[in-house]
Ligand binder design. Sequence first.
Ligand code: ADP
Ligand code: MG
Length: 560
Amino acid sequence: MAKKQFKAESKRLLDLMINSIYTHKEIFLREIISNASDACDKLCYQALTDDSVGMSRKDFKIEIKADKEQRILTVSDNGIGMDREDLENNLGVIASSGSYRFKQEVGDDAKDTDVIGQFGVGFYSAFMVADHITVVTKKYGADTAWMWQSAGADGYTITACERDSVGTDIIMHIKPDTDDEKYSEFLESWRLQELVRKYSDYIRFPIRMEVSKTRRKEGSPDDKPEYETYQEEETLNSMVPIWQRRKSSVKPEEYNKFYRDKFHDYADPQKVIAVSAEGAVTYKALLFIPGATPFDYYTKEYEKGLQLYSNGVLIMDKCADLLPEHFRFVRGVVDSPDLSLNISRELLQHDRQLKVIASNLEKKIKSELAKMLRDDREGYEKFWKNFGRQLKYGVVAEYGAHKDLLQDLLLFYSSTEKKPVTLAEYVSRMKEDQKYIYYAAGDSLEKIDRLPQTEGLRESGTEILYFTEEVDEFCAQILHTYQNKEFRSVLDQEIEEGAEKKAEEAAGAHKAAFDFVKETLGDQVKEVKASARLKSHPVCLTAGEGLSFEMEKYFQAVQP
Ligand code: ADP
Ligand code: MG
């Protein structure tokens, strides 16, 4: 039996496309500009082997024109253009991509181009903002130009027309505003500039537009200057992404400025990490460790993630999957041509490549921090002040799943060194007969200094780590050991043999005093006992069975 072909219900499909694939209308400009860039790329590629093209990379450009009165937005390019057949095949058939076929045809050489298109749906996104689109185009090598016209679902017409040079104009008749939906912004110069910078900043060809500027009127007096506005064509995009440049060719000041502009920070980053990877997945990444804690860092408002680009086109502003929680303070961008994008190019299809990238970046961040700790202690302590707490949270999270990765990056204040030290440093200084890594928890360094239970150890010159943050003690419990040395609270320090017995005897002799204290305090304490750990202090408080005071505080702090 002859197989029947599926017939796509084009009208409905187009409707679906227009109304449900994209979450943001504004994305249409990214799609139309990406197509223009692809068209330039294709002719550029042809020029490599065909001298008669007579153009090189620098000759290509994309132009945007907005006519507010006519409500027409035009995007023009001097790329490869389309003939009648191309128009039928590419714009007449939904989900047919000339760019995808181009990449298949040129095969391996596609690596040298930056062709973006692949799904054959981007063009139709323009119907989200335009009720009528006219395409005027002339293909390279053809004599005739063609006009394609459509008002969306009702179909399209193709007629012969005039166009002086090779290239394409996409002429969009912007919809009228309604009470619910506004479209006029897409005719505003500032808005178009904003969108180009947001989504298409790294398109490799100049995107040009006439913008109004103000200047001082010639001859106007100094004390009464007059100003006038004038129009000037400007390139809106920066074209070469800083992360595509070789690290050695970028000045530190350029990185800093890029960081401040892109992530709206007033402070320079503390560290810049540039990554260029080829292999299983090809990508470039530019990561920054902020120089200050963002004001909302430890709140729910703070959103982690890296900006994700594919071939210089923005796919996602904050891709959370690229960063583990414990490094959520890192900001930056990742650009990879290898991502499998979904049809709207707003999300990723499946995340195998993303997982590879994320895991490589995690290792890279860890090794850069370890390097800073080794080579720039002062810098590391500054970093620690800003984000150390995050690393401790990281140790505690997921029952210590990341503790091996993070434990060497931790710092705790030391009683003997009077400054933050690493666990490795502590262990290297341990006395021969010292079994434990001692810590004491309290609200502040001064309070811990005055803690009766630290006195004995301090007198004997034993180093104690001071835990002043609510997460510290939990962190030690999750680590449990470091280099086979167990953590132990000063409250549980071992006591000399026989000392306990002696204390009990003493308590027996002064039973009346103990009873008096217990009766006076009543329910506020569980029991009043003699302690074998005190030196010069008369009393100390200890927690009973279960949680320590500090742990209790931690749980109170993390409870929503
Ligand atoms: P995609 O870009 O994913 O292929 P689109 O719907 O955006 O899908 O575009 C469909 C096809 O139309 C493109 O593959 C390309 O062949 C053709 N096309 C669109 N815009 C232009 C243009 N400005 N110049 C030349 N060809 C274009
Ligand atoms: Mg496209």
